[in-house]
Design a protein around this ligand. Structure first.
Ligand code: NG1
Length: 499
């Protein structure tokens, strides 16, 4: 298993083109560290955000996804010192400083959301992982840290994974316990639960395993990544709807609600397909019932997606389910089925007032979206002409967006507008990326049209925000909300000799 890389220079991470900008940023961070802690940091760790090209809301159902790392990242400057954890930010007005004890058993206060909770989740995750590996676990040590993140928050580009992963890498490096990329990708996916969100694992995997110019098909259990080389002639334009999808705060009504809906759909389908109540109650994901679904459908095994869809349509009704009906069908109180998972129990409290559980729609989305991911990879690897490949990828991205909007209901008016504007100015397709309900869209654009699409979005979408004073006038603000991106490199530890 590949180890997390340790570099002594910035070029290795940011490439020739990004080196000088990175130098400015790291120098600023070093100066802030010296000012706050009186000396330079021992080391830096960095991990990037990501854009998911296809495969939305299926990682937590056990299906593969296809993201790429982007150049925006989170850097953590770190020094071993003192007897507590001092977690500061380069932007102290927005993100205040926190001090925690070094006890890995301490609680994360998920009810009171704060940016430093992500750091603490990483801290707990590191120790939990080292304990689970067996052998000598290092004693907790005091740490001083300053965080500098450029992944826009709440935008679907995974600022949370960038923070959890870079913090984990910094803590591991400070403790002197090297880990493989696979280990870090695995435990960081789990430890975000301390912040109160149920994470699927995609963001952490690509943040750690991202590579220059290569997208990845990431699969889970165990987590692994396959290189996918995107066809020539394509640019991905990313635009931030500036509608913040506050994931941790809205988890019960949105993200975690979908996780619960999928599990309920999976349990119900398992029962319908002849499983005993006892074994149906143990089913966690729609992927687990896929084998049962395939067995159930007679005739030749052709399009798995259609077979799955047919069984879902046969057994799950379109009207939302309520608690009473589900408990009757499943033969157990929902609170008992979700016992021990506080984030999911919170969903149960509000589900009825949020309109009930739409099991059929969610399951249909998951099964169809799961098929689009290998199809996207196969198009990239295929022998069609570049133009033909782009047309096929565009179709898959459009289908994904329709499904996210209509079946999974995780798009929003602002994202739909951005997609429409992109397509009318030359994009071949556009879709939300990440959890949705705001955040970013990603558009597939022929290289020659990319600048035109960006200008069109600036004029027709972002100028309005500038006028209302909701976005700064400087070009720097604009280029932070709408930009073209290539796949970038993943998590790394930097022990710089000089800046
Ligand atoms: P965001 O919220 O965009 O970082 C979330 C999940 C992913 C995945 C996507 C939807 C976390 C950390 N990330 O991404 O695992 O499920 O939604 O495809 O929860």
């Amino acid at each position: 298993m590949a180890e997390v890389p340790v570099f002594d220079n910035l070029k290795a991470v940011y490439g020739e083109a990004g080196e000088s900008h990175a130098k400015t940023r790291y120098s600023r961070l070093e100066a802030a560290f010296k000012k706050r802690f009186g000396t330079a940091p021992d080391l830096y760790a960095r991990s990037p955000g990501r854009v998911n090209l296809i495969g939305e809301h299926i990682d937590y159902e056990g299906y593969g996804v296809l993201p790429m790392a982007i150049k925006q990242d989170t850097i953590v400057a770190c020094r071993r010192h003192g007897s507590e954890l001092v977690v500061a930010n380069i932007n102290p007005d927005k993100y205040k400083e926190y001090k925690f004890s070094t006890d890995p058993e301490q609680n994360v206060d998920a009810e009171n959301h704060s940016w430093a909770n992500y750091f603490l989740a990483a801290y707990k995750g590191v120790f939990e992982h080292l304990q689970s590996k067996g052998g000598q676990v290092p004693e907790p040590v005091g740490l001083e840290l300053i965080v500098d993140g450029t992944v826009p928050e709440g935008s679907g580009l995974s600022s949370s994974a960038a923070l959890v992963c870079s913090s984990s890498l910094a803590i591991l490096a400070a403790l002197g316990t090297p880990c493989s990329q696979h280990e870090v990708a695995t435990f960081t996916a789990v430890c975000e639960k301390y912040v109160g969100t149920e994470s699927g694992g995609m963001d952490q995997a690509i943040s750690i395993m991202g590579a220059q110019d290569i997208a990845k098909l990431v699969e889970f259990n165990p987590v692994r990544a396959e290189d996918v080389v995107l066809p020539k002639g394509a640019t991905f334009v990313i635009a931030n709807s500036l509608t913040v999808s506050a994931k941790a705060e809205t988890a019960a009504a949105r993200y975690n609600m979908r996780v619960v809906e999928c599990r309920l759909a999976a349990m119900l389908l398992a029962l319908k397909l002849g499983e005993s109540k006892e074994s149906a109650h143990k089913i966690k994901t729609l992927r687990e019932v896929e084998t049962l679904l395939q067995k159930h459908v007679s005739g030749p095994k052709g399009d798995v997606s259609n077979a799955n869809a047919a069984v879902v349509e046969e057994h799950l009704h379109e009207d939302p389910y309520n608690t009473e009906e589900l408990e009757k069908k499943l033969g157990a109180p929902l609170k008992k089925l979700f016992a021990g998972n506080s984030s999911q129990l919170r969903v149960l409290e509000i589900a009825e007032s949020a309109g009930g559980y739409k099991l059929r729609q969610r399951a249909l989305h998951v099964y169809a979206e799961a098929q689009r991911v290998p199809q996207f990879r196969d198009v990239c690897n295929g022998s069609a002409s570049a133009d033909e490949k782009l047309a096929q990828l565009a179709q898959l991205m459009d289908d994904s967006q329709t499904s996210c909007r209509e079946l999974y209901e995780c798009s929003c008016a602002e994202l739909d507008t951005l997609i429409k504007l992109s397509k009318e100015s030359g994009a071949l397709a556009g879709r939300l990326t990440g959890a949705g309900w705001g955040g970013c869209m990603v558009a597939l654009v022929p290289d020659a049209q990319a600048q035109h699409v960006i200008e069109h979005l600036k004029k027709e979408y972002f100028a309005g925000f500038v006028e209302k004073g909701k976005l700064g006038k400087d070009e720097a603000f604009m280029s932070a909300v709408v930009f073209a991106s290539r796949p970038s490199s993943g998590g790394a530890i930097l022990k710089l000799k000089h800046l």
